[in-house]
Write a protein that binds this ligand. Structure first.
Ligand SMILES: O=P(O)(O)OC[C@H]1O[C@H](OP(=O)(O)OP(=O)(O)O)[C@H](O)[C@@H]1O
Ligand SMILES: O=C(O)c1cc(=O)[nH]c(=O)[nH]1
Length: 201
């Protein structure tokens, strides 16, 4: 729990979690936004976050139990790249749509039939981005059982992935983050209430 509180406080201090009116990738509206693309600008915290993610994967799955790390551009790929270097695991990534020039590929990097991968993304909301990537991976006979995100906003991603036989893991969820901030009087009751209403919306 210590990492959760420390990381939640960091997200708030640096304005990485923002409260206001936002439109999300899925088209949904939200009273908050977690912009993890800012984290690499703070290399100590970035490294701590990646190490924590590495430990979680090592403990839950085992680093030798999969062939490659896979991610989706752009937010997730920055984190996955750092994790791949830290763990010395191969990295591949899935474009949201195939390139319409050059190689015309949607899955980039070295792949082989029947390979086993673990998905990394920064934030999960509806799970749509990861679901699309998993579908592209299945088309080229790549297997995936586990996906890891840093922040789970708890808006349907777990269920969407479960339908594809993939387990969603997260380092923190939005309730843990905002409850830790509320406890420290960094956000008020009304802000916490709005976040709770967003869950499963
Ligand atoms: O669970 P979902 O409803 O799909 O939403 C979450 C996705 O949205 C964001 O990506 P975005 O499309 O903003 O792309 P970016 O990382 O390139 O900024 C985020 O990085 C996730 O990939
Ligand atoms: O759903 C999204 O697009 C989304 C939400 C969020 O809080 N952060 C983010 O990077 N994307």
């Amino acid at each position: 729990m210590e990492f959760v509180k420390e990381f939640a406080t960091f997200l708030h201090q640096k304005g990485i979690i923002k409260f206001g009116d936002f439109t999300l990738a899925s088209g949904k509206k939200s009273s908050y936004y977690v912009d993890l693309r800012l984290v690499p600008s703070y290399p100590h915290e970035f490294r701590k976050m990646v190490k924590y993610l590495e430990n979680e994967i090592a403990q839950n799955i085992g680093l030798d139990k999969f062939d490659s790390i896979v991610s989706v551009p752009t937010g997730g790929l920055v984190i996955a790249s750092a994790l791949a270097i830290e763990t010395v695991k191969p990295l591949i990534y899935v474009r949201s749509k195939p390139k319409d020039y050059g190689t015309s590929k949607s899955v980039e990097g070295k792949i082989h039939d029947g390979m086993q991968v673990v998905m990394i993304d920064d934030v999960a909301t509806t799970g749509g981005s990861v679901v699309n990537a998993i579908k592209s991976l299945k088309e080229v006979n790549i297997s995936i059982k586990d996906a890891y995100v840093i922040v789970n906003r708890m808006e349907g991603a777990d269920e969407a992935l479960e339908e594809l036989g993939v387990k969603m893991h997260s380092i923190l969820n939005i309730l843990q983050i905002t409850e830790a901030l509320h406890e420290q009087n960094l956000i008020d009751d009304n802000t916490l209430d709005k976040v709770k209403k967003q869950i499963d919306k």
